[in-house]
Write a protein that binds this ligand. Structure first.
Ligand code: M1P
Length: 233
């Protein structure tokens, strides 16, 4: 049995933006009679805002917060809890105050279900500033360094680079790879953050380690995903 797993931001939609309407129409038809799963660092509200309620409800399962909250056809199946402790908060605030990226816009800590999303620039930034931070971080690698530092200081937690401006933090092992526990058969996985340190990496790593039959599609943007799907029946 073939199973298709999709990340959302950067894979089905641009980061934090709605899916292209023509792609949405194509995808709704493409996924008929297929086992389709979504896995994202994002929460339910943002996901529905970006891909629409129709896709969100009709796929087999939606894994929000990197699999720490699981929805099936609009019904909540399970969720994990995760909160930062005082030491972690202090360390992250240190990064916030010492970052050489000086423009801050607020909403630096976003509590999601089973996950905390942390952003130096702040989630209240404009789309323009989001793009600017992303380009700067691609060179500076600030988010990769923050993830590495906090994982070495707090061995029970895991941190990964998510979309453009933030990192996802959760309990060790509670990463996107947990979705594979539920899915039997061949896997086709689409993601844009499959490199080491990215939040799609644990899925790619585990598929390779477990020697499961799989195909990885490391895409650059939703258009690339769309083009691949046109050829995949
Ligand atoms: O907004 C949802 C996304 O939030 C983060 O990405 P970004 O840094 O672009 O806002 C990540 O949690 C990402 O996984 C998630 O999809």
């Amino acid at each position: 049995m073939k199973n298709y797993i999709f990340d959302i931001d950067g894979t089905l939609t641009p980061s934090r933006l709605p899916i292209n309407k023509n792609f949405e129409f194509f995808f709704i038809n493409w996924m008929k009679e297929k086992n389709v799963y979504l896995v994202t660092g994002s929460d339910k509200e943002k996901t529905i805002e970006q891909i629409g309620e129709s896709i969100w409800r009709s796929v087999n399962t939606v894994y929000q917060s990197c699999g720490n909250q699981v929805w099936q056809h609009g019904k909540l199946l399970k969720q994990n809890e995760f909160y930062l402790n005082k030491d972690m908060e202090l360390k992250l605030n240190e990064f916030l105050n010492n970052s050489s990226w000086t423009e801050k816009f607020g909403n630096h800590f976003e509590q999601r279900v089973g996950l905390v999303n942390f952003s130096i620039i702040g989630r209240n930034c404009s789309q323009k500033k989001r793009e600017e931070y992303y380009s700067w971080d691609m060179i500076q690698k600030e988010r990769v360094q923050i993830c590495e530092t906090i994982m070495s200081k707090f061995p029970n937690i895991e941190a990964a680079v998510g979309g453009q401006i933030s990192i996802d933090i959760y309990e060790k092992g509670c990463n996107k790879a947990q979705v594979l526990d539920d899915i039997i058969g061949e896997i086709y996985f689409f993601g844009d953050k499959m490199e080491k340190g990215g939040n799609d990496y644990p899925i790619a790593e585990r598929l390779q380690k477990d020697k499961r039959t799989h195909t990885l599609f490391k895409v650059k943007n939703p258009t690339e995903t769309w083009n691949i799907l046109k050829e995949l029946h």
